[in-house]
Design a protein around this ligand. Structure first.
Ligand SMILES: [Fe+2]
Ligand SMILES: [Fe+2]
Length: 453
C-alpha cells in the first residue's frame, strides 16, 4: 500500500471563491446538458453588459455570483423531469433552453422529448397527461429548482440579493414565468440579466451570433426586459466578441475579474461550508442518493478517527466524502433511478461518474490531490473496480477508507432496486469483499467504531 502523503497541511486562505465556484459550476453545466463552461461564459456575457449598468462594486459582485450559480438548484428537479416526462433529464434540459416561446414550438418540443424511449401509445398518453396538467407541472419543476438554488446560495454565505436573483431566473418580463409569475421591474435585476446572459450563451454556442440576436429581439418584452436587450445585442455584435467567446483563456479572465478580486479568499471553514452545500446539490439529483454524500463523509470520518488520522487529515477526507460523487450530476436519472438491472451501455454511463468527479474537482487548485482520491471510490484491491481498474499497490489508504464508507452507505440505504439492508446482512456482504474489493484494516476500523457507538 502506498503511504498517504497527499493531504495538504491546514492553512488559512486556500483558494479564491471565483476559482472554486467557477470550477464547481462545470458540474452544473453537466446536469443542465450544457457544454463545459456554459455558466462561466454566461457570467462573462452578463458582466460585460453590467459595465454599462450603474452598479456599485458590491452589486457587480452579487450579479457575478448570481449568474455563475444560476443553476445551483438544477439537480433538484432532474428526477421529477424523468418521472413526469419519462425521458432523459439531461437531454430534455439541453433542448428546453433552445425552444422559443411560441405554443407551436412548445408542443413540438413536448412531442419530440416526452417518453422519447417509449412506444407511440405511451408517448401519446404521457403527452396528453402532461398537457392536461402542464401549468402545474411546469410550475412545480421550476419552483423546486428556483427555491432549492436560492437555499443553497444562502448556505454558501451569499446575500439575499444573490439568493433572490437565482430564485427569479425563470421569471419572464410579461408575467408568464415561474415560480411567482413576477412581471416587469418586479423581477430582480440580477435575474433579468442572468436569464438574458443564459439564453445568449446557449444560442451563440449552438446556433451562432445572428440566431442569438434574433432570439433576444423576438423575446424582448415577452421573456426579457426590453430595456436590457439592446445592451446584449450591442455586446454580441461587438467586433471580436465571438473570438473572445471561444477563447480558451476566457475562464481565467473571468476568474481574475474585479468582482472576484473583491471577494476574500476562501479559508478552511468556508471551504467546508461550500463542500457541504455542494453535497446537497449532488444528493438532490436522485431520491435514492438523498443524504448519501453527507453520510459517506460521516462514515469516512468515523473510520479515520478510529485509525488515528490527524484532525487536518480528517477534515480533508470529509471533503473527499462530500464531493466524491459530484460526477453523478452528469449521469441521467433514467439510469440513476432505474429500478431494474442496468444494461451494459447504461453501466458504461455509470462508470463515467468518478471520471467526471476527477475532472470537475481537478479544476480547483486546492482539490488537485483530493480529486484523485475521490475519483477512486469504486476501485477495488483486485483491479476489478472502475473507472481505471487500479490495483492494491496503487490504492492509497485514503482511497480504501473512502471505498469502505461508500459501500457501507450504499448497502445501508434504500436503492432503486431494493430497500436498505439490516446491519447483519451488510456485514455478511462486506465480509466477502475483504481482500478482493475492500481493505481489511479500514473495514475493521468501521466495525469497531460502530460497535462502540
Ligand atoms: Fe460513486
Ligand atoms: Fe458514492
Amino acid at each position: 500500500m502506498q503511504p498517504n502523503p497527499k493531504f495538504p497541511a491546514s492553512s488559512d486562505a486556500v483558494v479564491s471563491l471565483g476559482e472554486l465556484l467557477g470550477a464547481l459550476s462545470h458540474a452544473l453545466d453537466l446536469t443542465e446538458g450544457q457544454p463545459k463552461g456554459h455558466c462561466v461564459r454566461s457570467c462573462w456575457i452578463g458582466m460585460e453588459v453590467a459595465e454599462t449598468l450603474d452598479l456599485t462594486a458590491a452589486q457587480r459582485s452579487d450579479l457575478y455570483f448570481t449568474i455563475l450559480l444560476k443553476d445551483l438548484g438544477c439537480s433538484s428537479n432532474a428526477a421529477r423531469i424523468c418521472q413526469l416526462y419519462l425521458t432523459d433529464d439531461i437531454g430534455f434540459k439541453r433542448s428546453y433552453k433552445l425552444i422559443d416561446s411560441s405554443a407551436k414550438k412548445g408542443l413540438e418540443f413536448l412531442l419530440s422529448h416526452t417518453a422519447s424511449e417509449s412506444g407511440l401509445l405511451q408517448r401519446l398518453r404521457t403527452v396528453t397527461s402532461v398537457l392536461k396538467d402542464s401549468d402545474d407541472i411546469v410550475a412545480e419543476v421550476f419552483q423546486t429548482r428556483c427555491h432549492r438554488g436560492a437555499e443553497i446560495a444562502r448556505l454558501m454565505r451569499f446575500s439575499e440579493d444573490v439568493a433572490e436573483g437565482i430564485a427569479g431566473l425563470d421569471e419572464h418580463w410579461n408575467g408568464g414565468g415561474w415560480p411567482e409569475g413576477l412581471r416587469g421591474p418586479d423581477i430582480p435585476l440580477y435575474s433579468r440579466v442572468a436569464l438574458l446572459a443564459q439564453v445568449a450563451e446557449v444560442f451563440v454556442a449552438e446556433l451562432g451570433v445572428d440566431a442569438a440576436v434574433a432570439e433576444l429581439a423576438r423575446r424582448a418584452g415577452q421573456w426579457f426586459d426590453p430595456d436590457l436587450v439592446p445592451f446584449f445585442v450591442e455586446l454580441l455584435q461587438r467586433p471580436g466578441f465571438l473570438q473572445a467567446f471561444h477563447d480558451p483563456g476566457l475562464e481565467a479572465h473571468v476568474f481574475a475579474s474585479e468582482p472576484v478580486r473583491q471577494q476574500h479568499l476562501v479559508d478552511e471553514d468556508y471551504l467546508d461550508e461550500i463542500a457541504y452545500a455542494f453535497a446537497k446539490v449532488i444528493d438532490a439529483k436522485s431520491p435514492f442518493t438523498h443524504g448519501h454524500s453527507e453520510r459517506v463523509a460521516q462514515f469516512t470520518d468515523t473510520i479515520c478517527t478510529e485509525m488515528g488520522y490527524s484532525t487536518a487529515h480528517r477534515r480533508w477526507m470529509m471533503r473527499a466524502g462530500l464531493l466524491h460523487d459530484i460526477g453523478k450530476l452528469g449521469v441521467s436519472n433514467t439510469i440513476l433511478d432505474k429500478p431494474g438491472k442496468l444494461t451494459d451501455a447504461e453501466f458504461e454511463q455509470i462508470k463515467l461518474h468518478p471520471l467526471y468527479s476527477q475532472q470537475i474537482l481537478g479544476r480547483v487548485s486546492v482539490f488537485h490531490d483530493l480529486a484523485i482520491t475521490a475519483s477512486a471510490h469504486h476501485e477495488r484491491l483486485d483491479g476489478k473496480g472502475y473507472p481505471q481498474g487500479m490495483t492494491a499497490e496503487n490504492l492509497s489508504r485514503d482511497m480504501r477508507v473512502l471505498a469502505v464508507a461508500d459501500i457501507f452507505d450504499a448497502l445501508t440505504a434504500d436503492r432503486p432496486y431494493r430497500p436498505a439492508l439490516p446491519l447483519e446482512k451488510v456485514y455478511t456482504i462486506m465480509d466477502d469483499m475483504v481482500g478482493s474489493a475492500i481493505d481489511i484494516d479500514c473495514y475493521a476500523a468501521l466495525q469497531t467504531a460502530i460497535a462502540n457507538s
